[in-house]
Design a protein around this ligand. Structure first.
Ligand SMILES: Cc1cc2nc3c(=O)[nH]c(=O)nc-3n(C[C@H](O)[C@H](O)[C@H](O)COP(=O)(O)OP(=O)(O)OC[C@H]3O[C@@H](n4cnc5c(N)ncnc54)[C@H](O)[C@@H]3O)c2cc1C
Length: 457
């Protein structure tokens, strides 16, 4: 069976490629392979009661399946070139923003209408941040919320399912370059494709590394972000979150001159477990539905670690630190900021006596036994810096969950079409190392679909 286009991965990158091809070139025969399940079959068995921790399902319902890693996310689509990826370096800043807005329009016409777009433009907080050695990055952010994000994905799938072929629970194992296209293998079987879009996200990072090795495609890997998730009463950050929803704030530490940044802010949200290749780390969500809102806000504080030669395994470094927290705590560890500052572990009693009700059932412990000193010092400095613009951040009862790790895929060598050195083989989304976010990954999908339509003529 020969397809015009085979897409590997049904995360935002793959979905928006497929959607654009369906809309703009409906005659093309398109197939999408996906390791995980359709959206309505994606259920993580962890319920906090019978199943408390990861039971290592064959495919992770959180990371794999229609919607990709973003399916149960907070659905924050940041429209900016300041963070979320470096797509603009390939396609230009204006084009990148235009495509992110285009994706937003599609989301709005598939159930997202009525959700709010926040913006830092003209915000008084820029100056307040500057006065306190903090930098507020520029962005517009569409907050769909976990519930509306799901509805948008459901609507996109319903529109595509009769026009695009989806094969779920079918991991692609190998890509072979042919004279005029590609053989895409799933086990012993294969399909042929004229063009191939690889959009396998973070969960496909190890596999894409193998593909690049086999096909001799150059890659580069040198970054991982490590830190904690902070949980505070929502009132402490409400002046920022009411106006901006998510504020991306960067602080340069005095001691090491490292950049520490806020990441993934969830006003009135919940802290959640995240499972990457069997390692449990921490993340956060929030819902649009008022009945699901909590009294807390959470956000990550991350320190980027860039390594130089000869060390190449930056993700391995992050994994080892996360493994250490799993070894000590059986999963995610939670500690009161006051306990961390006093050099003592938190225990169930101290957490219970605190004024903040944790939204994740994590193991009370000591993060200083897990995080390297340089990273921990940076986080502590940042908490005091944030305390100046949001007094109360550095309270003793502030909860810190660890560890949060943001793994980056190695960067694949691509040209301005996001095409590899093989004609017709495109690598997009987080799997390419070019993007790290919903909006950038989705935009890269639309972009490549456009390039394919142009090249087919
Ligand atoms: C809990 C959580 C919350 C998040 N919140 C936000 C947020 O609010 N805003 C934001 O911008 N970003 C957020 N992110 C990040 C965002 O989800 C990703 O940047 C985005 O999903 C990347 O899209 P992608 O298509 O490149 O990859 P993915 O979404 O990872 O999709 C890749 C898909 O490919 C499939 N796949 C992998 N290997 C194969 C294979 N060999 N064969 C077939 N299929 C394969 C996977 O199963 C997966 O479904 C969050 C991530 C998580 C985990």
């Amino acid at each position: 069976m020969k397809y015009d286009v085979v897409i590997i991965g049904a995360g935002p990158g793959g979905i928006f490629s497929a959607y654009e091809l369906m809309k703009k070139a409906p005659k093309l025969k398109v197939l999408v392979f996906e390791t995980g399940n359709p959206l309505d079959k994606r259920h993580c068995p962890i319920d906090g009661k019978k199943v408390k921790s990861c039971i290592k399902c064959p495919t992770c319902a959180i990371m794999n399946g229609f919607g990709g890693a973003g399916a149960f996310s907070d659905g924050k689509y940041n429209i900016t070139n300041d963070f979320g990826g470096t797509l603009y370096q390939y396609i230009g800043k204006d084009k990148a923003l235009e495509l992110m807005r285009y994706v937003d329009d599609i989301n709005m016409s598939h159930g997202g209408e009525g959700t709010k777009m926040f913006s830092t433009a003209g915000s008084e907080f820029k100056k307040v941040c500057m006065q306190n050695k903090l930098t507020l990055l520029d962005a517009s952010v569409r907050h769909l919320g976990t519930d509306i994000n799901y509805i948008v994905l459901e609507n996109l799938y319903n529109e595509m399912k009769d026009k695009i072929e989806f094969r779920f629970r079918t991991p692609v194992t190998k890509i072979e370059a042919e004279k005029d296209g590609y053989k895409v293998y799933y086990g012993d079987e294969y399909v042929e494709a004229k063009k191939c879009i690889v959009s396998v996200g973070r969960s496909g990072s190890k596999w894409i590394e193998e593909v690049c090795k086999e096909l001799n495609i150059d890659t580069l890997s040198n970054r991982v972000d490590i830190g904690v998730r902070v949980e505070i009463p929502a009132a402490i950050f409400s002046h920022l979150t009411d106006a901006l929803y998510e504020s991306k704030i960067v602080y340069r530490t005095e001691k090491f001159e490292d950049a520490v940044r806020t990441f993934c802010m969830n006003p009135n949200g919940i802290v959640v477990n995240e499972n990457t290749n069997g390692i449990v780390t921490v993340n956060g969500h929030s819902f649009e539905d008022p009945s699901k809102k909590t009294e807390n806000t959470n956000f990550a504080l991350l320190v980027s670690k860039h390594f130089s030669e000869p060390f190449k395994d930056s993700n391995g470094y992050g994994e080892s630190i996360a493994r250490l927290s799993n070894m000590l705590g059986g999963g995610v560890i939670v500690q009161r900021f006051g306990d961390l500052e006093r050099g003592r572990r938190s225990n169930a009693k101290r957490i219970e006596e605190g004024t903040i009700r944790p939204t994740l059932d994590a193991t009370p412990g000591d993060l200083s036994l897990v995080l390297p000193k340089r990273i921990l010092d940076g986080i502590i400095e940042m908490i005091y810096a944030l305390d100046k613009i949001a007094p109360g951040t550095a309270n003793d009862d502030t909860l810190l969950y660890g560890v949060e790790v943001k793994f980056y895929n190695m960067e694949v060598k691509l040209d301005e079409n996001l095409e590899t050195s093989y004609k017709g083989l495109y690598i997009i989304g987080d799997g390419s190392g070019v993007t790290h976010s919903l909006s950038h990954a989705s935009a890269s999908g639309v972009y490549v679909a456009g390039k394919i339509i142009e090249s087919i003529g």
